[in-house]
Design a protein around this ligand. Structure first.
Ligand code: FPP
Ligand code: MG
Length: 306
């Protein structure tokens, strides 16, 4: 009897797995209908091949969650959520090219250039990048035009030399230099990985017409989880298998890349990632139970094994 009463009065525990599963289904459906095959078929097939290859869909889910947290709806954020995944996917297609990381597997499948050739893989990336902006501009509904423009500007800033492109350049320049400083490593990661995670969170809040103070708080959350995400990525590159990751593990060591574990060791790296996640969660204190999805995503980032 006491047990039953307790069950009735205790707040229901947030089920992250279920949340991620449900949101992933919605995102997969939206991505599938975002690009139809047209002429020339090959390029649309190449774009769809990588876009629909699975993955955690963390960026779209963060965008949807933040939009809902700040008073918006899933429908308002879905075109931007899809655009974020298009941008993320194109960055991975280009990153895997022989002229960059020269990788054969991604998300458990042969990389885009292995299937379609380097020329089409470059163009598939370009096609996805351009379409991401078109998609936000033409498909977003029930959002003020000025906020759509802000999201387009945010995405442009995030993918360009001030974001992903800049981070990737420094990453390529750092290959074979395991002695780079922690400051350079942090620059690489805040640009190459953190910037798009930040844009995912910030764009969700912009679409919901959130206040500046909320956008700043959520951006702090995103920057903390962004760095934690990368530290865990570096750890998994050492500790996980190819099957777990769906790509070749151990590449950082092979390319003599400086990573957080190479600078700090595995244990300290894990500790730092946990500290960053704690700081991210602290940024959400004003939102109460509504922020459970974002808290749970932050916790998932340090506990994930793939
Ligand atoms: C994977 O990193 C790569 C990235 C996170 C982004 C790479 C960015 C570019 C190629 C620039 C793309 C261009 C535009 C216009 C956005 P990783 O090699 O450390 O991880 P991995 O092991 O998953 O390959
Ligand atoms: Mg790579």
């Amino acid at each position: 009897m006491v047990q039953a009463d307790k069950k009735l009065t205790e707040p229901k525990k947030f089920d992250l797995n279920n949340y991620l599963k449900q949101k992933k289904v919605l995102v997969e459906q939206a991505l599938d209908s975002s690009i139809a095959i047209a002429r020339p078929e090959k390029i649309y097939e190449a774009m769809r091949y990588s876009l629909l290859a699975g993955g955690k869909r963390l960026r779209p889910i963060l965008c949807l969650a933040t939009c809902e947290l700040t008073g918006g709806t899933i429908e308002m954020a879905m075109p931007t959520a899809c655009a974020l995944e298009m941008i993320h996917t194109m960055s991975l297609i280009h990153d895997d090219l022989p002229s960059m990381d020269n990788d054969d597997f991604r998300r458990g499948k042969p990389t885009n250039h292995k299937v379609y050739g380097d020329d089409i893989a470059i163009l598939a990336g370009d096609g996805l990048l351009a379409y991401a902006f078109e998609y936000v501009a033409t498909q977003t509904q029930n959002v003020k035009a000025e906020n759509i423009i802000k999201v387009v500007a945010c995405l442009g800033h995030t993918v360009g030399a001030a974001g992903l492109v800049g981070g990737q350049v420094l990453d390529l320049e750092s290959e074979g230099k395991p002695d780079i400083t922690a400051e350079t490593l942090s620059f690489i990661h805040t640009h190459k990985t953190g910037a798009l995670l930040n844009a995912s969170v910030v764009s969700g809040a912009i679409l919901a017409d959130a206040q500046k103070a909320d956008i700043n708080r959520l951006s702090n959350y995103a920057q903390n989880i962004g760095l934690a995400f990368q530290i865990i990525d570096d750890i998994l590159d050492i500790t996980a298998t190819d099957e777990q990751l769906g790509k070749t593990a151990g590449k950082d060591l092979e390319a003599q890349k400086a990573t957080y574990p190479s600078l700090w060791g595995l244990e300290k790296s894990r500790f730092k990632a946990q500290e960053l996640v704690d700081s991210a969660i602290a940024e959400l204190s004003t939102y109460g139970a509504k922020a459970e999805p974002l808290r749970a995503v932050a916790k998932y980032i340090v506990t994930r094994d793939r």
